[in-house]
Design a protein around this ligand. Structure first.
Ligand code: ASP
Length: 347
């Protein structure tokens, strides 16, 4: 792997999660690891000969507690340090990692340096941990440059075990396998084996423009996942959630829903009230094709927009981001049907 001639300078942002746990030698209990002692606890990192600094969440959090205020803290830390570092490694719990990766991809406009998010299934302090390897590979990816000395990765990516995935395309797919993430609708950015093999054709290349950080997110959005037997009362109740502006409607297959007149009527009324409803499939692989079946087409006719092959994590954070920019419902619909930073394939 090629790195630039100067010593790579990497900032680690440690937010918490399983990766940061280590055994207390006296009590034997797992406790959060102090990353200011990174080199003592993971001595292999020294062999990279990088100049590494770190910032820590105080206290570190389980990623189930992540919310837009934490995404803002991460984005602002990157903005403040953008010119001083070659790359950024964010250590994060796995549970909501795909949401954070998606949110950051929207918040960090014109990003042209690597932001590599990683974590682990076993604490870094355990003998058989995957955390040490993930951390070291993430640092290497964050430092990697191409033949012309430009960062290999110029986007938010998730590094986990054998793969590097585009952050806003990835999903947590396993609660216990070391290969915990996958992007079902976009190829891996790199495969980690004996070497780190970059999938050059699929890497994001951005024209050089100043980084623009927009951290306002609007939380008046939600998932509405269909299940057979959902009653009109339930659907109508959910669609009337107070202050709701955007809904990711998790539909069946290629974007299908029941065609009962009451179902379409409830959805139409919500759209007419100004709620932006995005059709995203419950399937992990493939996307929504509203013109394939009558059921999907009925939604399109009442103003539901297609999410195409976007992940639900990216769809919900994109809605938060767009409403956070105070766009009108019409503008939000327009941007939901556009690719902002590699999150969706528009046919
Ligand atoms: N609950 C943990 C978290 O997301 C799980 C993990 O890190 O794997 O913070």
């Amino acid at each position: 792997m090629k790195t630039s001639n100067h010593q790579p300078k990497i900032l680690i942002i440690y937010t918490g999660g399983t990766i940061g746990m280590i055994e207390n030698p006296e009590t034997l209990a797992l406790q959060p690891f102090d990353f200011s002692h990174l080199m003592d606890n993971v001595p292999k990192v020294k062999k990279l000969h990088y100049d590494i600094d770190n910032i820590q969440f105080n206290p570190p959090i389980d990623s189930s507690n992540m919310d837009p205020s934490h995404w803002r803290d991460i984005a602002l830390a990157i903005e403040e340090n953008y010119d001083r570092y070659d790359g950024f490694v964010v250590l994060h719990g796995t549970d909501t990692m795909a949401f954070t990766a998606s949110a950051l991809s929207f918040m960090l406009e014109n990003l042209s340096k690597p932001v590599i998010i990683t974590g682990s299934q076993l604490p870094i302090g355990e003998v058989r941990t995957d955390g040490e390897e993930n951390l070291i590979t993430a640092l290497q990816v964050a430092a990697a440059v191409d033949e012309r000395g430009r960062p290999r990765i110029q986007e938010v990516a998730i590094l986990f075990e054998n793969y590097l995935w585009r952050g806003n395309r990835a999903t947590k797919m396993s609660a216990d396998n070391f290969n915990a993430f996958k992007s079902f609708n976009y190829p891996e950015l790199a495969e980690i084996g004996l070497d780190i093999e970059y999938n050059t054709l699929y890497l994001r290349q951005v024209p050089p423009r100043p980084l623009k950080v927009c951290t306002d997110m609007d939380c008046n959005v939600m998932f509405l996942e269909l299940n057979p037997g959902m009653t009109e009362q339930t659907l109508d109740y959910l669609l009337h959630t107070p202050n709701i502006k955007g809904i990711v409607l998790k539909t069946y297959g290629a974007g299908n829903t029941p065609t009962h007149p009451w179902f379409i009527k409830c959805i139409k009324e919500a759209v007419d009230r100004g709620v932006v409803i995005v059709n995203v499939t419950q399937c992990v692989n493939g996307g929504v094709n509203c013109s394939l079946y009558e059921t999907g087409k009925a939604l399109l006719d009442v103003g539901v927009i297609s999410g195409y092959d976007i992940t639900s994590e990216a769809a919900v954070t994109k809605l938060m981001f767009l409403f956070g920019q105070r766009y009108t419902a019409g503008m939000v619909k327009k941007y939901m049907a556009s690719d902002l930073c590699g999150e969706v394939t528009i046919p």
